[in-house]
Design a protein around this ligand. Sequence first.
Ligand code: NCD
Length: 315
Amino acid sequence: MEFRDRDVVSIRDFSRDELESIFSVAKKMEEEGYDRGLLRGKRISLLFYEPSTRTRLSFEAAANSLGADTLWFAGVEGTSVMKGETLKDTIETVANYSDAIVIRHPYDGAARWAAEVTTRRTLRGEKKVPVINGGDGRNEHPTQTMLDLYSILVTQGKIDGITVALVGDLKYGRTVHSFAYALGMYRCRIRLVAPEALQMPPHVLSYLESRGVEYSLHRSIEEVIGEVDVLYMTRIQKERFPDENEYNRVRGIYRVSKRTLQGAKPNMRLMHPLPRVDEISPDADEDFRSYYFKQAGNGVPVRAALLAMVLEGSR
Ligand code: NCD
């Protein structure tokens, strides 16, 4: 199991054992505190071509907690992308300033592609600069899945054997693609709740079938609320719809409120990668099962563990 200089592009690049070693480092960091000397002198670039609050700030908090410096842009306004610079040219340049690059980009596959061009020229020749995918289009968001799984471990004590409902925009939502792939590595039951037009893409369903995962398709939260251990809500991804009319047909389709939660098990946890729009009403925030803000908080130890392992090797 070697993490040093590894790209983190798809959650499928990691085995279950590797994911668990990230979680145990994250837990240790949470319990024992962050070692500010660990990444001193390292530079991590955060290139966010799309809006972000949690992913960028928690990567920055994680990097700074371990003593690393961060270079970043948030939105292409103010960068040479506005002058027509290609992704390849930007990445090749930034690689020469960086020990690792975190990238979020609107195009599917942008992170994989960036990983292929990132080498840094040094006095001793070329060095690979690891690329971490902070979300590429509607494809994947592997570090979100790492913190989602960690959140399940913290709240349920295990991942094997639980029932998870993924609700909302399963077609365009990248978090649920990575999450479903990861759940397929565990013995989970999966409930996919979405309008027909936004169901999980066939390539994810065939992966689940190939892993023998028990899953079922549903239209309403009420069908599953009583049996699930995790209810994972997602935002309808307005910006990915080719047609606004199509978006208008499905907007606001799911809404979890305090009342919805009355039908849930006491150990159930309501999760959401955030931001929410209207799919969880604010009156649900006070329910003890609502976990989304703590879930976002778990982004710091998990991303710190990942950065430490990619930059300093497995420990
Ligand atoms: C998600 C994303 O960017 O895919 N946000 C996040 O990173 N927590 C979810 C979303 O935007 O709906």
